[in-house]
Design a protein around this ligand. Structure first.
Ligand code: THU
Length: 132
């Protein structure tokens, strides 16, 4: 999808920086802000496996660390190495439901396919600050 080529190509580039010696599973992500900035992320693993940070979390944390918030984010792309779409893990969905708007495009790509979804679709009936 031409519309998302910018974030998909940057996500692929970010994937090259993945530190994944344990799983050998490389993931890249890219957040685009409405003012035209890009923040990339790759998965970074740890010998204490549970401390691994996923690519999409690293990308969105970068955006927030640079002062951007929900309303400022245009879209996020997530890609992997193979031909399988990488859909965010449960932990990432919980992070994304808080840090993205419900309808912000989440662009999942392989070399052959692009699927555009959003966090409302990926995580209905979620636990958020509204629940507190
Ligand atoms: N991973 C991501 O970076 N994003 C996802 O959405 C799924 C999983 C990473 C975590 C770990 O480094 C590797 O992929 C295998 O689970």
């Amino acid at each position: 999808m031409v519309k998302y080529n910018d974030i998909l190509s940057r996500a692929y580039k970010a994937m090259e920086n993945a530190y994944a010696p344990y799983s050998n599973f490389f993931v890249g992500a890219c957040v685009k802000t409405k003012d035209g900035n890009y923040f990339i992320g790759a998965n970074v693993e740890n010998a204490s496996y549970g401390l691994t940070n996923c690519a999409e979390r690293n990308a969105i944390f970068q955006a927030y660390s640079n002062g951007y918030r929900q309303d400022d984010i245009e879209a996020i792309a997530i890609v992997g190495k193979g031909n399988t779409l990488i859909t965010p893990c449960g932990a990432c969905r919980q992070v994304l439901v808080e840090l993205l708007k419900r309808d912000t495009p989440i662009v999942l790509g392989t070399k052959d396919e692009v699927v555009v979804t959003n966090i409302e679709e990926l995580m209905p009936m979620s636990f958020t600050s509204d629940s507190l």
